[in-house]
Unconditional design. Structure first.
Length: 434
């Protein structure tokens, strides 16, 4: 999906426009306890276009001086977006902060559409002409509070969406990414994986976009590590900000089949780790928990077990995810990640034969009678797998209301036992039989 970023100095109305464009979507609380969508990144639609949109104003850059914050937000937009909406305030005219943003945007090769906000009625349209001086061509008048002008603005933005689709790697290629807080060792791990014996990194010369993916082969199998540019070309100040790391994670998750959630053994589990992991689960990706910097802590024979218990207690929703303990520095067990990636990827795309599936579930139901509610008992007629990545099942029943979460959970566990769905979420939906 193309990515749009909104930039501009504070108080020009970026968040209002962001919320207008994404509609209600951002306020949706997902079914993972404790995980609410960040209000800086969301998907949106306009006519036939599907896109993602970032409100860079929501990325808090810490204590930097005002102009420096604006500059960094603009740079994030340049790094992350295909098209930039540069927003100014039509009631205040061109300010020096607007000119600063403009200067940074000139230097990028990304298309920029200039939006003049707070033009709440047609009489105010005259005020947009001043903004030609910013040098981005025709300014588009909009009104966040009245919801005016957004259609024309998005039409213009859509003209600059990249023409060619994203690189398509084919069904058999395993796409994975490493996500986690800053400094947990993601880039070190990528380098350690690619430095493994028998890992053959493909020649990525000649790719037009800056190479953010690294394709490689190992034991004759093809893999792509997603979104490494951000990890490898380091040194930008904003990379250490929390919201930016979430943004990076979301973008990587979106393009991956398998997500490695990297934790830092030295620091233990933080709230931010759970949030990032929650996104991977919610997106239906296969998940592996990687505990890095295992070399850096004092250990005895109980340490690993204690770590595992702690992880399981904090990541209840990831009870299916395997845990690996590694060190990017000493390379210990780095090689063991690759077979785990293979395994979870296999479960993630596993398709179960309908007759076998129904046999297993009918046996399960015979062992553990279905629940009743108000004198009515849940009846399960049959089940069918409707999708992979993640495996998704539709259970045809007399009344979906009777298929309680706990019974669903029981069926899920039976499926896990029977088919070894290691590392992948499973989705189960109840439908009334027609
Ligand atoms: P990223 O921000 O998650 O990509 O983290 P980096 O890969 O840049 O690593 C952050 C810091 O942790 C660097 O100073 C690394 O040298 C260090 N580091 C990474 N992996 C390990 C590890 O396995 N053990 C130890 N002791 N340090 C590590």
């Amino acid at each position: 999906k193309p990515v749009i970023a909104i930039v501009g100095r504070p108080n020009v109305g970026k968040s209002t426009i962001f919320n207008r464009i994404v509609g209600e979507r951002v306020s949706i609380v997902e079914d993972v306890p404790g995980v609410t969508r960040d209000r800086i990144y969301s998907s949106g639609e306009w006519l036939t276009y599907d896109f993602n949109i970032i409100d860079t104003g929501g990325i808090d850059i810490g204590d930097e001086p005002f102009l420096e914050q604006i500059r960094q937000q603009a740079e994030i937009a340049i790094d992350e977006a295909d098209v930039i909406i540069f927003m100014v305030n039509g009631r205040e005219g061109v300010t020096s902060a607007d000119e600063e943003v403009a200067k940074i945007l000139y230097k990028s090769k990304k298309p920029v559409v200039l939006a003049v906000n707070k033009i709440d009625n047609p009489e105010m349209r005259e005020q947009i002409y001043d903004f030609y001086s910013l040098g981005f061509g025709e300014p588009f008048p909009i009104s966040g509070s009245h919801g005016l002008g957004l259609g024309d603005l998005l039409d213009e933005v859509a003209k600059s969406f990249p023409k060619h689709e994203e690189q398509d790697y084919g069904e058999d290629v395993i796409k994975f990414s490493l996500i986690g807080r800053p400094n947990v060792g993601k880039s070190s791990l990528v380098n350690a994986i690619l430095g493994e014996e028998r890992v053959i990194v493909s020649d990525i010369e000649g790719t037009t976009r800056d190479a953010i993916d690294t394709p490689y082969t190992f034991n004759g199998k093809e893999y792509v590590i997603i979104d490494t540019a951000g990890m490898r070309k380091k040194g930008k100040v904003y990379e250490s900000t929390e919201k930016y790391s979430v943004l990076r994670a979301l973008r990587a998750i979106e393009r991956s089949d398998v997500v490695l959630v990297v934790l830092n053994a030295e620091e233990g589990i933080r709230e931010q780790d759970k949030k990032i992991a929650g996104y991977a689960h919610e997106a239906g990706r296969a998940v592996i928990i990687v505990v890095n910097k295992w070399d850096a802590i004092e250990k005895d024979e109980k340490t690993m077990k204690e770590f595992e218990e702690n992880i399981r207690a904090h990541f209840l929703f990831l009870d299916y995810a395997p845990i690996v303990y590694v060190s990017a520095i000493t390379k210990k067990r780095v090689h063991s990640m690759l077979p785990v990636i293979d395994r979870v990827s296999e479960s993630h795309s596993l398709r179960v034969q309908t007759n076998v599936l129904n046999e297993v579930l009918m046996d399960a139901i015979a062992m553990n009678p279905t629940p009743t509610h108000n004198g009515q008992r849940l009846k399960v007629y049959y089940t069918t797998q409707v999708a992979v990545k993640p495996p998704t099942f539709v259970v045809f029943v007399n009344d979906p209301e009777l298929l309680h979460f706990s019974y669903e959970r029981f069926l899920e566990n039976r499926l896990r036992d029977a088919f070894n769905f290691e590392g992948t979420p499973i989705k189960i939906f109840g439908r009334p039989r027609k």
